[in-house]
Structure formats: structure tokens, C-alpha cells
Design a protein around this ligand. Structure first.
Ligand code: XMP
Length: 169
């Protein structure tokens, strides 16, 4: 498999973003809300670089199965009910593709009474976005290829790879 982003590149970028988030949210009631499952590796690495007190929560949307997500397919799973009322929410997702997922969960956080909602994506796929939305923190911009590793899967495989790779074929 062709490595697109190495372990070293991922580590350096997460450290830089963690420092930036630490400065931006100093003195504020920050909750980092990660979208399952793809962002869990980035979450674990990121929160250890955010050195101000903060909370961590998870949420889940209907799963992506290799096709473009349609807004109507997306539901936020109420089994994960983060209490974000009056808190500054930083949503973390693995990849910004069409943008439907992030838009859907941003609206959900606002409806739950978040004080503010910002977004971070590890990866932003270029030329795919359908929703106008500018993520506040971006790890890497990548070409329009299907990628796996560092949390991202193909049919639930490859999440454990310590780098981001392009799936052949
Ligand atoms: P949207 O289109 O809602 O999609 O922005 C975001 C979700 O789509 C999945 N996705 C991928 N997953 N490799 C993956 O493993 C990819 O290249 C890819 N592109 C999109 C992912 O679940 C993301 O949260």
C-alpha cells in the first residue's frame, strides 16, 4: 500500500494542532467531541497534546459504507448523548469528504445548547465538498483517493495502521 502520510508527519501535525487548540481555548469550557469510529486514533493522540483541562465525548452517526453519504442517511445515535450545554465544543472527525456528516453533527451540537461549535478534521479531501463549511483546524489536505489507516477503514479493516495509506484499486 502506498503511504500518503507517515507516522512522523502525523505526530508532528497533531502536536502542532494540540498546541494551537491549547492556546485558542485557554480558560474556556472545552469539550472535544469525536465522531466514531474513524477519529478515535487522532482523538487519543490529540487530547494528550491539549494541555488545558477539557472533557472528551463521543458520538456516532449512521455508518459510511464506501458510497457518498446522503444527508437523509445520517442520524446522530442517541446512545451517545454528550452533555454540551454551555460548553465550547470542538468536533473532531477523521475526514471531510462531502461535508454532510460534519454539517449534521454541528447542527446537533448547536441544538444541544453548545456555547460554540468549531470543527477539526484530520484529513480534507480536495474537490469533494458539497456543503459550504470551513473547518477550523485541518490536519492535511489530500487528493480525492480512498485512504485507510490511523483510524480510517475499508469495511472495518486497516484502522490500526500507524500511517495513512492509499487503498489500491
Ligand atoms: P462526508 O461525505 O459526510 O463523509 O464528509 C465523511 C465520512 O466519510 C467517510 N470517508 C472515508 N473513510 N476513507 C475512509 O476510510 C476515505 O477515503 C473516506 N472518505 C470518506 C468517513 O467515515 C468520514 O467520516
Amino acid at each position: 500500500m502506498e503511504i500518503l502520510i507517515s507516522e512522523e508527519q502525523l505526530r508532528a501535525r497533531i502536536i502542532a494542532l494540540g498546541e494551537q487548540i491549547t492556546e485558542d481555548y485557554r480558560g474556556r469550557p472545552l469539550t472535544i467531541v469525536a465522531v466514531l469510529v474513524g477519529s478515535v486514533v487522532a482523538l487519543a493522540d490529540l487530547i494528550r497534546q491539549v494541555t488545558i483541562p477539557h472533557r472528551v465525548a463521543l458520538l456516532q452517526t449512521s455508518s459510511y459504507r464506501g458510497k457518498t453519504t446522503l444527508p437523509t442517511d445520517l442520524a446522530v445515535n442517541s446512545a451517545f448523548d454528550p452533555d454540551v450545554k454551555g460548553r465550547d465544543v470542538l468536533l473532531l472527525d477523521d475526514i471531510l469528504d462531502t461535508g454532510h456528516t460534519l454539517k449534521r453533527v454541528m447542527d446537533d451540537m448547536a441544538n444541544r445548547g453548545a456555547l460554540s461549535v468549531r470543527t477539526m478534521v484530520l484529513l480534507r479531501k480536495l474537490g469533494r465538498q458539497q456543503v459550504s463549511l470551513e473547518p477550523d483546524y485541518v490536519g492535511f489536505e489530500i487528493p480525492d483517493r480512498f485512504v485507510v489507516g490511523y483510524g480510517l477503514d475499508y469495511n472495518d479493516d486497516y484502522r490500526h495502521l500507524p500511517y495513512v495509506a492509499i487503498l489500491p484499486g
